[in-house]
Design a protein around this ligand. Structure first.
Ligand code: HEC
Length: 121
């Protein structure tokens, strides 16, 4: 009896772990995966391409802004927060950038991992 309760407890603990866990290494691989995310097709660190140079991106943005951007770029673009305003000014576009920012749909885990990677930049 005691043993099986322990097993249930351990199983429930283990299943909670992945939700709270993001990984910059996995994010780096995703960022560089031309097929899965396409980020590298438009972004580099230290060079502007179709998208802005992402060098120093963690200085310009908070973690939560990047998460919002990757989940819904058009809505984030239109947001009234200072980070979105600064981006609009910097890239000198007034309209919603569709389809400029066009990574494929990402899972929540992918968004978290890529964001962790960007926060190291
Ligand atoms: C088709 C090209 C394209 C793809 C693919 C793309 N981006 Fe972008 N990204 C842009 C452009 C262009 C902007 C600037 C805003 C705009 O005009 O849409 C931008 C802006 C950003 C910004 C804000 C940059 C800053 O300096 O403030 C981040 C962060 C970002 N992208 C991350 C990503 C990540 C991560 C991926 C992959 C999941 C990705 N982008 C895929 C084109 C792209």
């Amino acid at each position: 009896m005691k043993k099986s309760l322990l097993a249930v407890f351990l199983a429930s603990t283990v299943s909670l772990v992945p939700l709270a866990y993001a990984d910059a290494k996995r994010g780096e691989a995703l960022f560089n995966d031309e097929k899965a995310t396409k980020c590298i097709g438009c972004h580099r660190f230290g060079q502007a391409m179709v998208g802005p140079d992402l060098a120093g991106v963690s200085q310009r943005h908070t973690r939560s802004w990047i998460v919002r951007w990757l989940i819904n770029a058009p809505a984030t673009w239109n947001a009234k927060d200072p980070e979105s305003e600064e981006l609009r000014k910097r890239v000198k576009k007034k309209k919603v950038p569709v389809p400029a920012h066009a990574p494929p749909a990402l899972t929540r885990q992918q968004v978290q991992d890529i964001t962790d990677y960007l926060m190291t930049k």
